[in-house]
Design a protein around this ligand. Structure first.
Ligand code: GCB
Length: 612
């Protein structure tokens, strides 16, 4: 049995087992099913002492059926003598999707538990199946429907879903979620990061109605390095053999019928011709239909290959230079997580206007809609999990959590042509336990997807004027990617950094994941003055000179497209809780360095047009 097959079986078995309180595996493209949006106003209760979860002996209410008092019961007073010390109906509301920090002034710095409640009407149909789906909840979510616990999920940037078949009432239903964004050492990410810890239900929430036996998952992609062969699988929700499934691309008159095995899985492997390949210049997406006896769903899928060969990155067999920029999932203009398609388009359009063909969606999975937009707008994507800085390398639970988040990311976005890189982490410091942890993650990513590149943003160190990259993880990954802050954290002023040389151990394409420096938009001075736009501009000019010394340089994602909020950044004049390394300020104004990168990318675009 191939490794790939093995994995798919594992996912399938987990997907269908419906154990209480466990995260269930994700249903592919659930948005395209019949859904009832649960976005909108949710009532919330801020609960710093977790009063709605623990009794006065600090024992959870939800561990004992006889205990009352848990806020998840969403109780209403029936008798005038009845004591209930909370009331969702009279509590304030916030918008979902949306983090709480940016929606209520008193919650700006809040890290802890908030209860959120939404009521909705349902009229469940016998024989159909129902799932409640959250695009993301940061960080730990306990989910309850009509007072019954559905499950607990950890990880702030990947979806969670629970089957609620048989648990919905005809009429009014109440869904209550306890969301806790407390930072903890053993979690992913850990306590120390450089971004705002936005808590809440930050992405779409909906109820999905599916037939009894539905299409749980599918993968329809080009085989590695082969532009004429589609490979993948369709997975039904139940382990039923002999079911026919049809996959078609009507525009190409391409049709394939496959049959499920005893696991309810039908492998796909078929020749295809006349495909217009997906690329940033021509982001062609085909409507792909997947249908079973009970269901017919559609997706928009692009087809491309991605590989490395020596120092080159080959997109559809041709060498490509990745003209990129890093992004956080944050709208600088409103300060908060991106909430709408408009927010996401704005960010990606800013990148495109800078002549980018590539974005690094740092440092955690971004919204799946963002990745679909990258497909549509023609931007290649580096996707990442929040294995960031110094996490608990020896804790098995921490590893399991990281692996789960990586799995969920890959399961979610595996049909997106834009995604070419799975990144397993950022700036993780060298040590033996870290090598073991990261090595296992790299192998896991490779097991899940052999068609994309595996990478991580590594660290460099210096000896004299030499910048050295010799992280052993470099052996296991496909790109040499590192963050390099010459001219900001070390190396003197911008004009001094061109004296450095590189010593890079690996013969692989080099894609720089970060460089940059802070500039307060609108602050002008000479190029040696910290925080000025001129300093940042000079830094970009000299970084480009410095990095051009690397023969294998095949791309970069400087840090970062826009200013973003971070509690670490405290200078009262220049930062005020903003990391100012953005090329665009928090008011949307382009800084001088934006134009340096824009010009450089224009040149690189012209240069790589000539390269075969
Ligand atoms: C880094 C981190 C990034 C920070 C950035 C900075 O190396 O990867 O998350 O925000 O540096 O501004 O220092």
């Amino acid at each position: 049995m191939s490794k790939k097959y093995c994995w798919i079986l594992l996912v399938t078995v987990l997907a269908i087992s419906n154990s209480t309180h466990a995260q269930q595996n994700l249903i592919q493209n659930i948005q395209s099913r019949k859904i009832l949006s649960l976005n909108g106003k949710w009532n919330y209760i801020v609960d710093p002492y977790e009063n709605g979860y623990y009794d006065y002996r600090h024992e959870p209410f939800d561990q004992s059926a006889s205990k009352t008092g848990g806020f998840y019961d969403d109780r209403q007073q029936k008798e005038k003598s009845e004591l209930i010390e909370y009331d969702f109906d009279h509590s304030p509301t916030i918008n979902v999707p949306g983090d709480w920090n940016s929606q209520a002034e008193k919650l700006e710095f809040y890290e802890g538990t908030v209860w959120l409640r939404r009521q909705f009407n349902a009229s469940p149909v016998d024989g159909n199946r129902y799932y409640i789906y959250f695009g993301a909840a940061n960080y730990e979510a306990h989910v309850y429907l009509n007072g019954k616990k559905l499950g607990v999920h950890k990880g702030g940037f990947t979806p969670l879903q629970y089957e609620v078949t048989g648990k919905l009432k005809v009429g009014v239903n109440s869904v209550v979620v306890k969301v806790d964004n407390t930072r903890r050492q053993d979690e992913i990410p850990t306590i120390n990061t450089d971004w705002w810890n936005y808590g809440g239900l930050t992405r779409d929430v909906f109820l999905a109605e599916l037939p009894k036996q539905f299409i749980a998952d599918y993968q329809v992609q080009l085989a590695k390095g082969n532009t004429q062969r589609i490979e993948g699988f369709v997975q039904l929700s139940d382990s039923v053999a002999g079911r026919k499934v049809n996959i078609s691309i009507p525009e190409l008159k391409w049709n394939l019928e496959v049959t499920t095995d005893q696991f309810g899985r039908a492998p796909i492997g078929s020749k295809i011709s006349k495909l217009s390949l997906w690329s940033p210049e021509s982001p062609k997406l085909y409507t792909v239909t997947v249908s079973s006896n009970e269901e017919k769903i559609q997706d928009k899928i692009g087809f491309r290959t991605i590989e490395t060969s020596g120092n080159n990155i080959l997109l559809n067999g041709k060498s490509v230079f990745l003209r990129g920029i890093s992004l956080h999932d944050e709208n600088p203009l409103l300060a908060g997580r991106l909430r709408s398609e408009g927010d996401m388009r704005m960010m990606l359009q800013w990148a495109k206007d800078m002549n980018c063909n590539y974005v690094r969606l740092a440092h955690y999975p971004h919204n799946e809609e963002m990745v679909s937009l990258a497909d549509e707008m023609g931007l290649l994507v580096w996707a990442e999990v929040p294995v960031y800085w110094t996490i608990s390398w020896t804790n098995p639970g921490t590893y399991k959590n990281a692996e789960q988040q990586l799995t969920d990311l890959i399961v979610r976005d595996k049909n997106r042509a834009s995604v070419i890189v799975w990144s397993i982490g950022n700036e993780t410091p060298l040590s033996e336990p870290r090598h073991v942890f990261m090595g296992k993650l790299a192998e896991h990513a490779r097991l899940l997807d052999q068609t994309r590149l595996i990478a991580a943003a590594l660290e460099v160190h210096r000896e004299g004027k030499t910048i050295i990259l010799n992280d052993p993880l470099g052996e296991k990954i496909d790109l040499v990617s590192f963050n390099e802050y010459a001219g900001w954290y070390w190396g003197g002023t911008p004009k001094e950094i061109t004296a450095y040389q590189f010593n890079i151990k690996y013969n692989k394409p080099v894609v720089i994941t970060e460089f940059g420096g802070d500039a307060l938009g609108g602050f002008h001075a000479d190029e040696d003055t910290r925080w000025s736009e001129e300093y940042q501009e000079a830094l970009y000019k000299n970084q480009i000179i410095l990095l051009s010394k690397i023969d294998a340089l095949r791309g970069m994602t400087p840090w970062i497209l826009t200013d973003f909020r971070s509690p670490r950044r405290q200078h009262p004049i220049y930062q005020n809780f903003w990391n100012r390394k953005g090329l665009i300020s928090e008011t949307g104004k382009k800084k001088k360095a934006y134009y340096v990168l824009q010009d450089y990318y224009k040149q690189m675009e012209a240069k790589y047009k000539q390269v075969k």
